[in-house]
Write a protein that binds this ligand. Structure first.
Ligand SMILES: *[C@@H]1O[C@H](CO)[C@@H](O)[C@H](O)[C@H]1NC(C)=O
Ligand SMILES: *[C@@H]1O[C@H](CO)[C@@H](O)[C@H](O)[C@H]1NC(C)=O
Length: 365
């Protein structure tokens, strides 16, 4: 059986860390991380507080060894191990004739979901619209948000798409801060038919009367909104292969005794500093991690002195008869996960949990 990509990746990471860097190994490790090349983010994005909180919770859980809920995100109450904050790649629209007199602004929102792989299952897609901080006027005018699906590709030299199915029509009495909308169903549709992802049409309308006095303030409000409006899509996915609990302990092996003898199989400490790899430019947190590794001999005497009903003992026995049979190897018997917060090439912020990254125990197997 070929070793799982996971095990391979830990091994490769170690060789990278130990100074035997080569392009190939880096690319395999990146593939394991779900990336096709080293990201080089254009701008440093602020880490959304929800991702920060989940990351910190994971770190705390990892230090206390409570990582059983690796693929359950408690803060959101959903299954998932990869969180992406996708930035809006759309643009403001300037229609020649406003659709309605009360139209404040129109924007085409576009989220590129192509970084989500086929194996991932979408469990959450939440649109966040940041309407900016509180105004000087304390309370701006009441706004109405109209969000609709763009269903038809638009043609012509004045590309204002036609609104399709209405998704949201909501009043925002005190326009400030972030408002959220559940777009799971829409995002699932886009994943199944990526060519149908033509974006969303957001229109912000001003409610109430527009008398002359208020009008000036309205222009101001709309201009301010245009400056501060930020849209993002928080997408959570579950990669089932990367989180079945049984993978925690992959293979039976004889636990190695605490290093009573220097040469015997035991865990060696190894801190992998992302800065040494040049990866600090795109990995936001952690700065590195205690990967550790297993090294040492697994002599027959050690294998037999411990519980002997497993493969390691059989192997040791066979080796005693036939020296061609390789010695039992010093391998990880207990591994734990880490979480990583990074930025990809599209400047999206991603929080992802990786199983089996830290060697906790070693043994002969
Ligand atoms: C989405 O992103 C992928 C990969 O970055 C890119 O190849 C593709 O052209 C993008 N699609 C759109 C519509 O921008
Ligand atoms: C051997 O196995 C028994 C029962 O499975 C267990 O109680 C004992 O701790 C094991 N001993 C060692 C050295 O692993």
């Amino acid at each position: 059986m070929i070793p799982s990509l996971r095990v391979l990746a830990v091994g490769l990471l170690l060789t990278v860390a130990l100074g035997q860097t080569s392009q190939f190994q880096e690319s395999v490790f990146l593939q394991f991380l779900g990336l096709d090349k080293v990201p080089s983010p254009q701008t440093v994005q602020p880490v959304p507080s929800i991702l920060k909180k989940i990351f910190q919770d994971r770190e705390a859980a990892a230090t206390t060894g409570d990582s059983h809920g690796l693929c359950y995100i408690k803060d959101l109450g959903i299954q998932g191990n990869i969180l992406r904050l996708l930035l809006d790649q759309g643009r403001f629209l300037y229609p020649k004739k406003p659709s309605q007199a009360s139209s404040c602004l129109q924007k085409l929102l576009y989220f590129n979901l192509s970084s989500i792989t086929d194996k991932e299952e979408l469990t959450m897609a939440q649109l966040g619209l940041d309407l900016g901080p509180t105004t000087y006027y304390k309370l701006g005018p009441e706004l109405e948000l109209a969000l609709s699906l763009v269903e038809e590709p638009h043609v012509g030299d004045w590309p204002v798409p036609l609104p399709g199915k209405m998704l949201v029509l909501q009043s925002v009495p005190w326009p400030q801060g972030v408002v959220h909308f559940n777009l799971l169903r829409v995002a699932k549709g886009w994943r199944n038919n990526p060519w149908k992802n033509l974006g969303l049409l957001l229109e912000i309308l001003v409610k109430g009367n527009r008398d002359v006095g208020v009008n000036f303030q309205l222009q101001d409000t709309c201009a301010r909104l245009r400056r501060s409006l930020r849209a993002s899509l928080l997408v959570v996915t579950l990669h089932p292969e990367q989180c079945h609990p049984s993978s925690r302990k992959r293979r039976e092996a004889v636990p190695a005794p605490q290093a009573f003898c220097r040469n015997l199989c035991h865990r060696h400490q190894l801190f992998i500093n992302f800065r040494d790899l040049g990866w600090h430019k795109w990995i936001i947190a952690p700065k590195g991690f205690m990967a550790n590794y297993c090294h040492g001999e697994c002599p027959f005497s050690l294998t037999t002195s411990l519980n002997s009903s497993n493969y390691a003992f059989m192997q040791a026995l066979m080796r005693a008869v036939d020296p061609e049979v390789p010695q039992a190897a010093c391998i990880p018997t207990k591994l734990s996960p880490i979480s990583m917060l990074y930025q990809d090439n599209d400047d999206n912020v991603i929080l992802r949990h990786y199983e089996d990254m830290v060697v906790d125990e070693c043994g002969c197997g």
